[in-house]
Design a protein around this ligand. Sequence first.
Ligand code: SF4
Ligand code: SF4
Length: 124
Amino acid sequence: MAKGTGKPRKKIPRALAVVRADNCTGCEACIEVCPVDCIYKVPGEDQPHLQSFVDIDLERCIGCDLCERWCPWDAIDMVPPTQLVAAVADKGGPEPYLEKNGAQLIAVAQTIQDLAIEAQQAKK
Ligand code: SF4
Ligand code: SF4
């Protein structure tokens, strides 16, 4: 899963990066440019049989959108945090990866989305 390096960000960004795994070739251009090192290659050592693609630790993404701009395959969407769960649920990718990680990825998205909606309501 996520590399877990670096510090969590302090504020939820206006948009977070979600990889459309079925469009991703695993070229690693996004990994090179991410300033907080929150993009990680899949398969990891635990799933070496899967096609190559990347995923993103949404708890650490700062929404800078560099990855989206550098991706040659248009495989990254910048998604408002209030719409994160649907985007993550629809991100695609190989079944074995989704079976193993899908629920956890959605749970993380749900936590961020709930916080973003709370913050939005607090401003009203
Ligand atoms: S938006 Fe920025 S911080 Fe987030 S994954 Fe992309 S490059 Fe990294
Ligand atoms: S730059 Fe795009 S195609 Fe390349 S690894 Fe990142 S998301 Fe995948």
